[in-house]
Every structure is written in structure tokens, then in C-alpha cells.
Design a protein around this ligand. Structure first.
Ligand SMILES: *[C@@H]1O[C@H](CO)[C@@H](O)[C@H](O)[C@H]1NC(C)=O
Length: 481
């Protein structure tokens, strides 16, 4: 870290350097969205509201007012608004130009530091494959740099809108360089604690204390060491995502070596050539997008699949019953396959589904015991078990793993069941120990890449409004010691 050794109070520190963190860093570096004078928005109501105060940047406008009446596929209103402004009418497959114009106003910049384990956006490599399968490439793009143009430059012909995880990670890294955001990113860091500190007599204001370790390359080649660091910040943004710890079934045999808990482990097994058409079936457990990706990956290798999930095939909560056809035209093939899979009799001969079943045990001889809702037992012989039933964030740096911040304080934080409770228009954490704690992304329940940018807009707008109210104090880094 560039600033260890002295005591600084940072105005803002965010934990996590994924797409939402990168987008927030862009907004806080003085890149400011305005309604472009020639532009119009296809939604007439939004268009007339935007035109009321065109001299104000989007950050200074009343987001709650602009959000009123907008509808979209996220429960976060600001995410729907930002999405509507960045990609108007994208739900209908139209490529309407964004009515936003980005101006660089360095005087608005708010100094900040982004802490992340890997390189910026690099977490993308570890991102669940599902987020990609069903996301159009342009939903992953960040303001100011067209992903399509960048991809076109990198590879000769772009045949479809689907980008690979490596391309997306590389786009995010390129973005950070291109937008000159690097000086705000500290990589190789692990945060071990975030606590509220009262002020002291020497004039140190009350603020957040962040402790952690930073990995550094040592003198000798290939040797790295972990150096502790300590930071103080007025504001902290929790942006770590929720993919740290895969959820487990909690059954006998789950730690056997042929049981995987992430799509990534499946990909490793495939690249080692462990699966082909002569393999015993793989058992995929779960009915989310990642599980679907695993079924498709196995199908691609002609490996037979057993697919066990708790819900019934017709359950409306099942993810495949929620995907509107119009939204995913280019995934026609994927949706056809999914449709066949979930509509018996299956046209994919190697596929056998076990709806309304749970896994009761996994035996060392690769026999798995499945039990139906009515108590019937089935024993299957498998080559691998892929448990893809979601993941939890690792919030061990917060008191009691951050449980007190959730909508239900008795449960662990998770994206779907128990997100962190925030104000929808500012992303301030409601149950925080002190002012200035924000959360964004999957931690607040945002599951689609497309809507990750919304939280960044909400926070940047809240900070801009606080800054003008508090007389610019927020933008100053106080130096002590
Ligand atoms: C959570 O993160 C901490 C600090 O990085 C690490 O020591 C711990 O092993 C992690 N917990 C799990 C369950 O992965």
C-alpha cells in the first residue's frame, strides 16, 4: 500500500475490486454523467423528468424521483434507473444510444482506495460461470469504454455477444488502466478486520479502522510475504461479493475427493480430461444457473448426467421458468436445451432428472443415495458429484460475520436469502455501527451482472450530496501523525 507508515484518514475505502467497485472508482474520479443536450430517452416519462434540470449531473438529481414508475428485472430501483440510462430498451434487444454524456470534472473527485485480493476485475475468473451464460456482453460493460469495440479490436471477428470470462477480466483490467484509476487500487490485500473507532484527544475524528495483510514479492524470486497494514477511513464500502464460500449439503461423504463445490473445479476436471462419454454419470445437485451450466458442460462432453434438485419441475421459482424468451434470443440453443432437459421425456438421452429429491449420503465407492419428498430411496453410481447450490460471502472481518447487518440478523448473510439491509437510494447499511458504511453488489442481493452498477451510482450520488452539504470536507484526506 502506498500509504502505510503514516496515519491517514482516507475519505473512502472499498473492500472488493469487482465490476461494481471499478464502476464506483470511475464515478469518484470525477467522471460525471449528464443528460446529453441532443439526446432523448425512449421512456417519455423518464425523458421529461431528465429534461427538467439538465444543468445538474445525474449524481445531483433526486434519484428517488427519477426512479418512480420505472420497472425492471432488479428489485433495486437505482439499478433499474442506471441500466435504463446506460442501455435504453435493451430488454427488447434494441441498441438505443445512451442519453448520458460523461464529462470529466476532476474537482469533484473523492480520494479513495480499493482493496482487492487479486488484480482489478480479476475476481471475474472465479465468478460463477452462470453470470456469463445468461448475460449479454454489453451488460457487463462499464461506462465510457464500449466492450464490443474493445473486443473487436482484440479478436478479428466477434461472432456473438458472448465474451469469455478471461476476456471480461482482461477488459476490466484494461478499463482501470485506460481510465487512469490504477493509483486507487491496492491488490493482493486481505482484510482481516473492520471496526468503528471513537475519535481521540489528538484530533482524530471517529472513523473506521481497517486491518489486513498485503502480499508482496520478496527479494528472492517467487517468494512472497504478507505485510500487515492498518488504515483509517471516514467511509467504507463493502463490495466483496458472495462467492467466497460454496454452500454445502451437510451430508456424509461430502468431503470425498470426487465431490466438487464450484463450477471452477468442474472446469479443472474437464481440462485434465477426467470426463468423457465413457465416464459414469456426473451427479449435478442444484437448480440454479450454475447447476444448469454444469449440466450443459457435461452434455457438451457427452458425459451422462443425473440432476437432483429440491423443487418440482413446474415450480415457478425454478430459474428456468423465470427466463423470458425475449431477453435471451442469442441463447436460443441454450434455452432449447434447458427446455428439453426440464420437459420429460428428455430428448437428451444421457440426462436423468430427480426433481423433489435431496442427497442423503455420498459413499466412498461412488454410490450416492437420493431420497424423494415421499421418502423413496434411489442409489446411483457416479463419477463425480457437483454440489452447486449457491455460495456465501466470507465476512469474517466483521463482528459476528456481519450477521447483525442482514435483513434477518439471526441468519448468515447470503445473496438470495439474507442480503445486507441497505437504504435503496443511497446503499447506506442500515444497521451499521456508525455513519459512512455502504454495501453494494451481491451482498445486497443483486444477482445479475447487468445491475451491479446501480449501487455505484447510489453511493456516488449520496457522497456528492453529502459533500455539498458538509462543505467539501469529505473530499479531503486528513493526515495525522
Ligand atoms: C475467511 O477469510 C479469512 C481471512 O481472509 C480466512 O482466514 C478464512 O479462512 C476464510 N474462511 C473461510 C471459511 O474460507
Amino acid at each position: 500500500l502506498p500509504w502505510s507508515g503514516l496515519t491517514f484518514v482516507l475519505s473512502l475505502c472499498f473492500l472488493g475490486n469487482g465490476p461494481s467497485g471499478i464502476c464506483l472508482s470511475y464515478l469518484l474520479s470525477g467522471h460525471t454523467p449528464y443528460l446529453s443536450p441532443e439526446a432523448w430517452h425512449p421512456n417519455p416519462l423518464l425523458n421529461s423528468k431528465l429534461a427538467e434540470q439538465p444543468h445538474l449531473s445525474l449524481l445531483e438529481q433526486d434519484l428517488e424521483y427519477l426512479c418512480e414508475g420505472l420497472e425492471g428485472r432488479s428489485s433495486n430501483p437505482v439499478a433499474v434507473l442506471f441500466d435504463a440510462l446506460l442501455l435504453p430498451d435493451s430488454d427488447f434487444g434494441l441498441d438505443h444510444t445512451s442519453p448520458l454524456e460523461w464529462r470529466h470534472e476532476p474537482e469533484r473527485a473523492i480520494p479513495h482506495l480499493v482493496l482487492g485480493k487479486g488484480p482489478p476485475g480479476g475476481a471475474w475468473h472465479a465468478m460463477e460461470g452462470s453470470m456469463l451464460t445468461l448475460s449479454l456482453a454489453n451488460w457487463m460493460e462499464l461506462p465510457g469504454l464500449k466492450l464490443k469495440d474493445w473486443m473487436r479490436e482484440k479478436r478479428r471477428n466477434v461472432r456473438n455477444d458472448r465474451a469469455t470470462p478471461a476476456e471480461i477480466a482482461s477488459y476490466y483490467q484494461h478499463y482501470v488502466t485506460q481510465m487512469s484509476l490504477e493509483q486507487s487500487f491496492a491488490c493482493g490485500t486481505t482484510v482481516t478486520s473492520v471496526t468503528r473507532e471513537p475519535g481521540d484527544q489528538k484530533g482524530l475524528p471517529p472513523c473506521w479502522r481497517i486491518l489486513g495483510l498485503q502480499r508482496r514479492e520478496g527479494e528472492a524470486l517467487g517468494v512472497s510475504e504478507e505485510v500487515p497494514f492498518s488504515l483509517l477511513a471516514h467511509n467504507v464500502v463493502l463490495a466483496t461479493g458472495t462467492h467466497d464460500i460454496p454452500a454445502r449439503l451437510g451430508v456424509e461423504g461430502e468431503s470425498l475427493p470426487f465431490v466438487c463445490h464450484s463450477f471452477w473445479e468442474l472446469e479443472m476436471a474437464i481440462s485434465r480430461g477426467e470426463l468423457d462419454q465413457s465416464s459414469d454419470p456426473v451427479l449435478v445437485v442444484g437448480a440454479g444457473l450454475t447447476a444448469a451450466d454444469a449440466v450443459l458442460a457435461a452434455h457438451h462432453l457427452n458425459t451422462p448426467v443425473y440432476h437432483a434438485f429440491r423443487r418440482s419441475v413446474s415450480d415457478r421459482g425454478l430459474i428456468f421458468n423465470q427466463l423470458p424468451k425475449l431477453l435471451y434470443p442469442e441463447y436460443h440453443k441454450v434455452s432449447l436445451v434447458l427446455h428439453f432437459l426440464f420437459t420429460p421425456p428428455s430428448s437428451y438421452p444421457g440426462y436423468l432428472s430427480f426433481p423433489c429429491h435431496r442427497v442423503a449420503a455420498i459413499r466412498p465407492d461412488r454410490k450416492c443415495v437420493l431420497v424423494s419428498d415421499s421418502g423413496e430411496e434411489t442409489v446411483v453410481i457416479v463419477s463425480k458429484v457437483l454440489v452447486l447450490i449457491g455460495a456465501h460471502p466470507n465476512l469474517s472481518f466483521l463482528n459476528n460475520n456481519g450477521r447483525s447487518l442482514g435483513i434477518n440478523p439471526d441468519e448468515p448473510i447470503s445473496c438470495r436469502r439474507n442480503p445486507i439491509d441497505v437504504d435503496p437510494f443511497t446503499n447506506r447499511v442500515l444497521a451499521a455501527d456508525g455513519p459512512g458504511l455502504y454495501a453494494i453488489g451481491p451482498l445486497v442481493g443483486e444477482n445479475f451482472v447487468r445491475f451491479l452498477k446501480g449501487g455505484a451510482l447510489a453511493i456516488a450520488s449520496d457522497l456528492a450530496k453529502r459533500q455539498s452539504k458538509e462543505g467539501g470536507d469529505l473530499g479531503r484526506i486528513a493526515v495525522f501523525g
